[in-house]
Design a protein around this ligand. Structure first.
Ligand code: SAH
Ligand code: DHB
Ligand code: MG
Length: 224
């Protein structure tokens, strides 16, 4: 779990949010509806959502895969980055989360762009591979952390050569630096160690502080 956010981190995050993050009523509505439905408030922050959006635009992503939908907050940010004809597939295990997300995505006008697939990602990912659809330009991994190394392998398989893979919550208040009995921390450490040498993908991390406390993203580009 992230350390508690310091007041100054929150203040700085809000300052940048006020100036740099455009107001999108669909995002505000999605947050309210998610809270109303009792979903945990663990979605990416506004400045992080904007980061995901800009990265998707920077790589001109046309096909995006997300693992871990929650109420669809990050999916709206990513869906808004897609050009006409683009597609986002997002995987969610919890039927209630999926239902809330579908409603939020429809309210954002993204019902024809974003598809929420219900089921454990380790079951829906092999099905996606079997379907043999076009490769993904960007994959955002943000579901259960113990399975992060397995999700990453599927992401490499499903991404295009030179595809961008992002993983949320890789720092966890600094816990990642120390071996731990927490399977979430161990999942991220296994993932990190699987990337040693850069053959699977070339990766780095960005540590973050802000309204969500102290955490970070892993960014990786697949070979080719
Ligand atoms: N990306 C979201 C937050 C995701 S929170 C956002 O930033 O807005 C993590 C989500 O992963 C939760 O909704 C949880 O139900 C889902 N999840 C957990 N285990 C999963 C699994 N095995 N397969 C698919 N989704 C899973
Ligand atoms: C948790 C999960 C997340 O994806 C996140 O961004 C923050 C917290 C959690 O499971 O505690
Ligand atoms: Mg997360």
């Amino acid at each position: 779990m992230s350390t508690e956010a310091e007041p100054i981190w929150i203040e700085v995050d809000r300052y940048f949010e006020d100036h740099l993050v455009e107001h999108d009523p669909a995002l505000t509505t999605a947050l309210a509806a998610s809270a109303e439905a009792g979903l945990p408030p663990i979605q990416v922050s506004p400045t992080q959502g904007k980061l995901l959006h800009l990265l998707a635009r920077a790589v001109r992503a046309r096909r995006i895969l997300e693992i871990g939908t929650l109420g669809g907050y990050s999916a709206i940010w990513l869906g808004r980055a897609l050009p006409v004809g683009g597609r986002l597939i997002t995987l969610e295990v919890d039927p209630m989360h999926a239902r809330v997300a579908r409603t939020n995505l429809a309210a954002a006008g993204l019902e024809d762009v974003v598809e929420v697939r219900l089921g454990p990602a380790l079951e829906t990912l092999p099905r996606l591979a079997e379907e043999g659809g076009p490769a993904f330009d960007l994959v955002f991994i943000d579901a259960d952390k113990p399975s992060a190394p397995e999700y990453f392998l599927w992401a490499v398989r499903l991404a295009r050569p030179g595809g961008l893979i992002l993983v949320d919550n890789v720092v966890r208040g600094g816990a990642v630096a120390v071996s731990s009995s927490d399977p979430r921390v161990e999942g991220i450490r296994r993932l990190t160690e699987s990337l040693h040498g850069g053959r699977l993908a070339s990766a780095t991390t960005v540590q973050t502080v802000g309204v969500k406390g102290y955490d970070g993203f892993l960014l990786a580009v697949t070979p080719g």
